[in-house]
Design a binder for this molecule. Structure first.
Ligand code: HEC
Ligand code: HEC
Length: 322
């Protein structure tokens, strides 16, 4: 074959291949995103991981990047998504009782641990969907045997009421609270701060309130919340969940209070926030040594884009629209 005809043959093959690809694009089994009817109920740090690594296939919120839109990749991905949804769909699992949702998560985490999920074919082209060892630890931590819901108990209720009374009336001066192990001192005044949000965790039966000092509340009013200004302090207070005989849920025994204090210079080592936690009615500083704060920083890191703060003030709390 002359060099000229072999060049022609090559050009023909390239063109045919190209046309083939173009024709392939016309064969597109549709991939729809049905409505999200009952999203999985889980704390934000757990959902972040699943959203990042699993929702691409196991949810009704599939977003295909451009390189998955091109056949034949498109065919493989749509097939996987349909199969994946049939087995496990995080957008619909929320309709199951909490215990069943958790059971499904147990299974899912096992698949991750065994290296079966997410599919390798997927992480090959979506490397950031890999579940890191830290993420796996967060998932496993969440799945510690679920706490059974507390049964109504009058004695517990009376004790909690007495405790609450003491808590709300305790004069700050009467309390001698040891500083946290990183030197941060207690904020007795936090009981008077404004509430920013409340959360309720069914998995460990706690109720939590998140409040902020004046600087935080002013920052919210002025839409100055990312980054939060120096001087901002958040408190997160947790109580055991208490079930009344009529099924009402209220706060029971005090569990802990913890704080985040913004000072970008002073707390540069912990990404601009000082962390402190005191546990129990005797307000015992948390942790073994000053390194306890590493645990806080690492679990708050997923929301670094939000200045390490999980809570977002409700739209109504922000002055004007956003
Ligand atoms: C590329 C798409 C894809 C991604 C991403 C993906 N999966 Fe899957 N998954 C599938 C497919 C397809 C199946 C069903 C066929 C199979 O078992 O290979 C499946 C099956 C499963 C099953 C078995 C369910 C059953 O009842 O048999 C579990 C559990 C699971 N996936 C968990 C996960 C978790 C957890 C993640 C995220 C860490 C994840 N998957 C990410 C595609 C995916
Ligand atoms: C397992 C993950 C995890 C760890 C560890 C953790 N936090 Fe948080 N933290 C959260 C989540 C999630 C929220 C959002 C509120 C909620 O759902 O309870 C939060 C909220 C807070 C808030 C309210 C402001 C905000 O970000 O929303 C403070 C204050 C806080 N945490 C302090 C601490 C301190 C102090 C430590 C370490 C002693 C710590 N946290 C460790 C997950 C964690």
């Amino acid at each position: 074959m002359s060099s000229r005809s072999s060049t022609r043959l090559l050009m023909f093959l390239v063109l045919a291949g190209f046309l083939g690809l173009v024709v392939m694009q016309c064969v597109r089994p549709p991939l729809e995103n049905p409505p999200v009817t009952a999203d999985l109920q889980a704390p934000p740090e757990v959902k972040r991981i699943l959203r990042n690594s699993c929702y691409g296939c196991h949810s009704n919120e599939t977003k295909l990047p451009w390189f998955d839109q091109v056949a034949p990749a498109y065919w493989l991905v749509t097939h996987d998504v349909k199969e994946a949804r049939r087995h496990l769909n995080f957008s619909e699992i929320g309709k199951l009782p909490a215990a069943q949702q958790k059971a499904a998560l147990y299974e899912a985490v096992n698949f991750v641990q065994l290296g079966e999920m997410p599919l390798h074919s997927y992480t090959l082209v979506h490397p950031d969907a890999k579940v890191s060892p830290e993420d796996l630890a967060v998932l496993k931590n969440y799945l510690h045997p679920p706490a059974p819901a507390p049964a109504p108990d009058d004695a517990v209720k009376t004790a909690a009421d007495t405790q609450y009374d003491k808590w709300i009336h305790a004069s700050s001066a009467a309390l001698t609270v040891q500083p946290a192990l990183n030197g941060i001192t207690y904020f007795p005044d936090y009981k008077n701060w404004k509430v920013i949000a409340t959360t309720d965790r069914f998995d460990n039966n706690t109720l939590r309130v998140i409040s902020g000092n004046d600087v935080a509340i002013r920052a919210i009013a002025e839409h100055h919340i990312n980054p939060w200004p120096d001087g901002t302090v958040f408190a997160k207070i947790a109580w055991a969940k208490q079930v009344e005989a009529n099924g009402d849920v209220r706060s029971g025994a005090f569990i802990q209070v913890e704080f985040m204090i913004k000072d970008s210079q002073k707390y540069a080592a912990t990404k601009g926030w000082g962390y402190a936690r005191w546990r129990g009615m005797d307000l015992k500083p948390y942790g073994k040594d000053a390194n306890f704060a590493n645990e806080c920083v690492s679990c708050h890191s997923p929301v670094r884009g939000n200045d390490y703060v999980y809570t977002f003030p409700l739209a109504g709390q922000l002055g004007g629209s956003r």
